[in-house]
Design a protein around this ligand. Structure first.
Ligand code: FES
Length: 145
């Protein structure tokens, strides 16, 4: 079923909480399962992600993927954070059962939403960042697993 890493991040999620006055915050949900994730980023003037916290109202796989995603983006530049795709998060967790793959999309999209918020606040454009959707179930239909 679940890898040891998934169980570990589900039982002891890293970086749970909020960041006061975040550089960027993004919330995404999946209307199909009703799960919601919020991601907070603290980004310094050089575009390095100093801190990342999350809150997830969702299933165990959503908690584990958001926990791993925060670990992966911490200390990275914005461009490097864009490479933290749902596939990268799943690989870092040693995989997810096929029916739970969609949960990892929530983590990727929440990071994008927080980066989008940061870009809007600072009136900049982040190359390669597309406008995130607030309901990822719209996106899922385009993806094939
Ligand atoms: Fe909804 Fe996992 S079942 S995110």
């Amino acid at each position: 079923m679940y890898s040891e890493k998934v169980m570990d991040h589900f039982n002891n999620p890293r970086n749970v909480g909020e960041i006061e006055n975040p550089s960027g915050v993004g919330t995404v949900g999946n209307a199909k399962c009703g799960d919601i994730m919020r991601m907070y980023l603290d980004i310094d003037e050089n575009g390095v992600i100093l801190d990342c916290k999350f809150k997830t109202f969702g299933c165990g796989a959503a908690v584990a993927t958001s926990s791993m995603a925060t670990e992966l983006v911490k200390g990275k530049t914005i461009q490097q954070a864009l490479e933290v795709t749902n596939k990268a998060v799943m690989e870092a967790l040693d995989g997810l059962p096929p029916v739970k793959v969609h949960c990892s999309l929530l983590a990727e999209e929440a990071i994008h939403a927080a980066l989008w918020d940061y870009a809007e606040k600072n009136h900049i454009q982040i190359e390669g960042l597309e406008k995130p959707v607030s309901d990822i179930s719209e996106k899922e239909e385009e993806e094939e697993y």
